[in-house]
Design a protein around this ligand. Structure first.
Ligand code: HEC
Length: 175
């Protein structure tokens, strides 16, 4: 027996059209807007703020010889710029800004997953205790049992340029 195909009522056509436009346009847009906010939700939406201050500090002091070392590079705009480029882009694998934040407030994109939280360079109270030599040591060796990775491929000069940049960030607004 031949089954006659029913013609679809126009209401149902309308409904499918709406469903398609929802799944193709609205739904991906919803997903995108939710996921693009996840890092800021976890970081307490402070991505561009001044960060937490004062902060607990887990990093151990560097050996005396390193702790009291002075930066051998004179601070010039060029050196500072190279430090800045390293901090944001040129350090291999995981650049400092991913954890310590674009403006140094400790709320980088990775910060939500880390315990303890990355150092907030804008916090003068914490940074006052951190000597240039200590920053050098930390960058070279990382901080054990935190996410702060060692950077053995960087030359001493590159690390000292980073030290200048971190110091410059910590001249920020916090007291
Ligand atoms: C994967 C995340 C991560 C990256 C990448 C990272 N850090 Fe850290 N950093 C941390 C964490 C976590 C701490 C520990 C904070 C504490 O002591 O409680 C820390 C601590 C520090 C400290 C504090 C040292 C002290 O004695 O208090 C300095 C300075 C520092 N990092 C500089 C850097 C610089 C410069 C870079 C880039 C070369 C960098 N870090 C890359 C997560 C990171």
């Amino acid at each position: 027996m031949k089954i006659l195909r029913k013609t679809k009522p126009s209401v149902s056509f309308d409904f499918t059209w709406k469903a398609i436009s929802f799944s193709r346009v609205v739904f991906p847009f919803l997903l995108l807007s939710i996921f693009s906010n996840v890092p800021s939700l976890y970081a307490g939406a402070e991505i561009s703020g001044e960060g937490k201050c004062p902060q607990p500090r887990k990093t151990k002091p560097a050996p005396e010889k390193f702790y009291s070392a002075k930066n051998p590079l004179k601070l010039t705009p060029e050196i500072l710029e190279e430090g800045e480029m390293l901090y944001h882009f040129d350090v291999p694998v995981m650049q400092c800004e991913k954890c310590h934040g674009k403006n140094g407030n400790g709320f980088g994109i990775m910060a939500w997953s880390l315990r303890p939280k990355p150092r907030n360079f804008l916090c003068k109270k914490s940074m006052r205790k951190v000597s240039d030599g200590q920053i050098f040591w930390t960058i070279k060796n990382g901080v054990r049992r935190t996410g702060c990775l060692p950077n053995r491929s960087l030359s001493d000069d590159q690390v000292w340029k980073l030290v200048h940049y971190v110091r410059e960030l910590s001249k920020g607004t916090h007291n």
